[in-house]
Design a protein around this ligand. Sequence first.
Ligand code: SAH
Length: 505
Amino acid sequence: MKKNGVVYLVGAGPGDPGLITQKGLKRLGSCDALVYDSLASDYFLDEVPDHCRKIYVGKRAGAHSMKQEEINRLLVELAEEGLNVVRLKGGDPFVFGRGGEEILTLSEAGITFEVVPGVTSAVAALSMAGIPVTHRAVSRSFHVMTGHTLSENGTLPPDFDSFAKLSGTLVFLMGLSNLSLIVNGLIKNGKPEDTPAAVIENGTLPEQRIIRGTLNDIESRAKQAEIKSPAIIVAGDVAALDFSSTLNLPLKGCRIGITGTQSFTGRLHRELAELGGMTDSVLSLSIDSYRSGQAMNEAYQRLQTYSWLLFTSANAVREFFTGLFEGGYDLRSLGAVRFAVVGKGTENELVKYGFHADYIPDRYQVIDLAKGLKPLLSKEDRLLIPRSSGGSPELNRVLDEAGICYDDIVLYDVALKKKEQEELGNALLPLHYLTFASASGVEGFFQGETEKILGLLSRLKVVCIGDITAKALSRYGREADLIAPVYSISGLAEIICQDWCKEKE
Ligand code: SAH
């Protein structure tokens, strides 16, 4: 009999992807199915293994969201299929998250589960906005209430008066549409009109907005600013404090869409997050490997006959060495071969396997690799070029013209995971920049209705890693707004930083 899987109820944190717990991230990294609803960031979707089944159960424009009972049942079914499931929820799973109902169903069905707590927005959105939930001599307690059920019949619940009378910090989740009822209810129950109040929209995210005021004017201020959900309402003396971070990272407030293979977007994400930016993965490319196919097998067997190995991407390096070791070979089979790589990222990958590159072109492009390498080669040389099927033909042209003998072998293919048009539109909306790191990324992105996709790009800046990528973009009728002069992740990050700082001036 098949063993049931385990269900992990994981809190994703309040929005900023950096605020998930280590344990949560670890569970994501090893699950077979992910059940999630609307999240502030789709970063987590890239953290699951390639084979993981991702099931969206949240609200989507024009479509019904799944009922809670259906979600409960789905979790049981997935676990009964033997899958380890992560049920990812915003904030902490039990803070107005209906996590308890899911647990009850799981335990009735005898499914093993684990709860991984999350950082709740009820505390973190305030902290990030500079409002401490408690503060010595100001507030000795904090109390969290849902504002959602308040006006089911347009009246306050019977215990609201005792809630209003509490002296500590009062926090309302899901209360924005009932802001008027909340504010008036508090005043009616004895809170002074000049009690400090605040509304925090999109807490912990780049687009976070904070409206401050008093119970008297917070409603009109929030209306004027057109504050939208998700938002948290705070009432109490701490709402007048401002302990927001004074560390201003260069990409603070900046949201960047990234495209590329999972390992590339992972590295780009880390670099941009270090600089204070937030990333969304807009299109991801995955690797279909042929490292154990016949062509590569033969290449591994005759490795000693090559004098140069050329790598045009970090993926190629990784796939090549993985295949080498899986085939039972080790580094000795490489003998005295020399290495040429297209750029820094590729060399960094090569160094991980214990080799420095013998040649890197000044400009990190395949054509420069070919041209720069040519004078170093003679007719006796034999080159092995294990790369993707979409590799640049420029390399072959230059080598053919020079009469150099080489084997260009397909080591992997790049497959595309792209959002549907409507989802893509929503994903692009909050972005300030969209990055492309390869021509194949551009081509993948424009598959579908080019005109509509171009329309989606009108409000943001498109950043390309190099001229070839920018040229691929202009073939679709869009010029790059920025081109990284150094064709690397840090080159991309740097040009975005420069531009963002100029924008803010
Ligand atoms: N379990 C979640 C809360 C779910 S209820 C948690 O622990 O945070 C959803 C409500 O949470 C929203 O209506 C809003 O009031 C609040 N919320 C969640 N994330 C938020 C954010 N980033 N900024 C402001 N409010 C947020």
